[in-house]
Write a protein that binds this ligand. Structure first.
Ligand SMILES: Cc1cc2nc3c(=O)[nH]c(=O)nc-3n(C[C@H](O)[C@H](O)[C@H](O)COP(=O)(O)O)c2cc1C
Length: 206
């Protein structure tokens, strides 16, 4: 049974453009995987804790030496990592806020980045420790950035995910959603067409 992990990070929850696109993709995926399991995290409604002094203290303390508070911090991070590890496909709904990803998504990333658990450093550089799997990113932006030097968001997402071992990444952009109703409608329509193509490609690959 395939498992899909959906991470929404819009502050508008299901009303966000990125969430609506991701929800649409996941609904189609469920139709082609009737026995599949979907796990949804809405980071806008239920953010994970921001990385703090206590977190890095817990992360950098050997397991045997952790106190109760540190064990609770590690347990939460472990659970988030396990969700990623056990998923067969990951869907990320990513708005652009102030030229980057929402801080809620960054906090989730910060919970996943654990030396010796999701990455390790070698003499040849860092190695991701998660098994690779498809990651589909629905990126909603008010303006136009994809493929330009002004897009600081997509390269960061690719770099972070690659760092922990996830390199099979596909972006679906809905850009220009704040550039008038027509621009928004056609951006969302194009994204939905692309989304349907991806569902079919995944179905045919299965
Ligand atoms: C707080 C905030 C900051 C934003 N910053 C940008 C930005 O830097 N560049 C941009 O193109 N659009 C920006 N926008 C527009 C959003 O990218 C656009 O509304 C998109 O649909 C957000 O995704 P969502 O609807 O899933 O939340 C911003 C919107 C908000 C609410």
């Amino acid at each position: 049974m395939a498992t899909l992990l959906q991470i929404n990070s819009s502050l508008f929850s299901d009303h966000g453009n990125s969430s609506a696109l991701a929800n649409d993709f996941v609904a189609q995926w469920q139709r082609s995987h009737p026995h599949g399991e979907v796990i949804i995290r809405d980071l806008g409604a239920n953010p994970v804790p921001h990385l703090s002094q206590a977190h890095v203290g817990a992360f950098f303390t050997a397991a045997a030496d952790r106190n109760d508070a540190q064990r609770a911090i590690i347990a939460e991070s472990d659970a988030l990592i396990e969700e990623v590890r056990s998923a067969d496909i990951i869907v990320l709904a990513v708005p652009m806020y102030n030229f980057g990803p929402p801080s809620q998504l960054k906090s989730w990333f910060d919970q996943l980045a654990r030396a010796g658990v999701t990455f390790r450093y070698t003499e040849n550089g860092p190695v991701g420790l998660l098994d690779d799997k498809p990651v589909i990113i629905f990126a909603a932006r008010g303006g136009l950035y994809a493929g330009t030097e002004n897009d600081h968001q997509a390269p960061f997402l690719k770099q972070f995910l690659g760092f922990i071992g996830l390199t099979d990444i596909t972006f679906v952009y809905a850009e220009g959603v704040n550039m008038g109703e027509d621009a928004k409608a056609s951006a969302l329509d194009r994204a939905k067409v692309r989304s349907a193509e991806l569902v079919n490609a995944l179905k045919n690959a299965a």
